[in-house]
Design a protein around this ligand. Structure first.
Ligand SMILES: Nc1nc2c(c(=O)[nH]1)N[C@H]1C(S)=C(S)[C@@H](COP(=O)(O)O)O[C@H]1N2
Ligand SMILES: [Mo]
Length: 197
């Protein structure tokens, strides 16, 4: 199903609103924190061994461009949540990145069976500009929710803005419901400026 008011482009437009960080994969960890019984962390190798999901989906930037048929491989967020023992109190998930970027999604969206921490795209590891080592992919939400260079998944009771939510973008961002902004009448100027390639 094609989402409303998006147009397909051949290639990704790479964004790095806070710059491309330097990644040292031997010290990198993915932490699972917040309202969990067992705060946890995973190395890149551990996550690679845990890959349990592969699918092909469209990728949709809220500014209107989409890429058709991207193949993703990753670990279900639901599984990481279960391993950490997420509390029933948790209502929101905050994704935090090495560069200081963050995004927030409702817990139901994060625990959807297609919601993964993606390590691989189109049959290979993510490249640095693509968010290596890991980024959340929730195919039915706009792509700003997919925080590149992810380091932490925080389960929370209360809502908090991430980078773009603070700048007026929607709390959930469902592509098919066109949840672009918290309020109408915003422009995409900030997000469209300065793609890295
Ligand atoms: N860390 C970080 N993650 C980010 C962004 C960013 O600027 N920094 N941009 C977001 C936006 S607006 C989109 S559309 C997608 C773009 O993914 P791409 O750069 O792989 O094309 O990444 C999202 N994740
Ligand atoms: Mo975007």
């Amino acid at each position: 199903m094609d989402p409303p008011n998006q147009h397909y482009v051949k290639k990704f437009i790479y964004y790095a609103a806070l710059g491309v960080p330097r990644v040292d994969i031997s010290s990198w960890r993915l932490r699972v924190s917040g309202l969990v019984e067992r705060p946890s962390e995973f190395t890149y190798e551990e996550l690679e061994r845990m890959i349990d999901t592969r699918y092909v989906r469209g990728f949709h930037c809220v500014t209107g461009w989409s890429v058709k048929d991207v193949e993703w491989e990753g670990v279900k967020i639901r599984r990481l949540a279960e391993l950490a023992g997420v509390s029933k109190e948790a209502k929101w998930v905050l994704f935090k990145s090495l560069d200081g970027y963050g995004s927030v999604v409702p817990i139901e969206d994060a625990l959807h069976e297609d919601s993964v921490i993606a390590l691989r795209i189109n049959g290979r590891r993510l490249e640095l500009k693509e968010g290596f080592p890991a980024r959340p992919i929730i195919p039915h939400l706009y792509a700003w929710k997919s925080a590149k260079w992810l380091t932490e998944i925080e389960f929370r009771k209360d809502y908090v803005d991430g980078f773009w939510e603070e700048r007026g973008y929607h709390e959930r961002g469902n592509v098919f419901l066109e949840e672009r902004f918290k309020n109408e009448g915003m422009s995409h100027e900030g997000m469209s400026r300065r793609p890295i390639l």
